[in-house]
Design a protein around this ligand. Structure first.
Ligand SMILES: [Zn+2]
Length: 113
C-alpha cells in the first residue's frame, strides 16, 4: 500500500503503538511519499515496519526512523500506549504496561490455563 494511503486499519498490532507508527510514517513520507508499505506488525513483542524499495540515498535516514520507532515500541504498551515492558510469561511475548499485563493475567487465570 502506498505510504500516503496507510491508516491504522492496516496495522497488524494493537492501538497503543499508533502514535509511534504514524510519527515514523510521517517522517518517511516527508522524504519520499511514493514509498510502498508492505506490512506493519507486532512480532515477538516488538514493532516491525516493512517497506518496499526506495532510493538508496534515503537508506540511512529511513533506517534511523524505523530504528527509533522500534526502540520506542519496546518501552510502550501495545494495547494502550502507556509505558510498558516486554512480558514473556503470559504464553506469548507482548510489550504491556502493568495494567494491561494484569488484565491478561486475570483473563488467563479465569480460563484456567
Ligand atoms: Zn497498557
Amino acid at each position: 500500500m502506498k505510504i500516503t494511503e496507510v491508516t491504522n486499519d492496516f496495522f497488524e498490532c494493537d492501538d497503543g503503538w499508533n502514535n509511534i507508527i504514524y510519527e515514523a510514517l510521517d517522517r518517511i513520507k516527508a522524504l519520499d511519499s511514493n514509498i510502498e508499505v508492505y506490512q506493519i506488525k507486532e512480532k515477538f513483542g516488538g514493532l516491525r515496519i516493512y517497506l518496499g524499495a526506495y532510493d538508496v540515498k534515503y537508506d540511512d535516514a529511513i533506517e534511523q526512523i524505523i530504528l527509533e520507532a522500534e526502540t520506542k515500541a519496546w518501552d510502550t504498551c501495545e494495547k494502550c500506549g502507556q509505558p510498558g515492558t516486554l512480558r514473556n510469561d503470559i504464553g506469548w511475548i507482548l510489550t504491556l504496561c502493568d495494567n494491561c499485563y494484569q488484565e491478561v493475567l486475570e483473563r488467563k487465570k479465569n480460563r484456567g490455563y
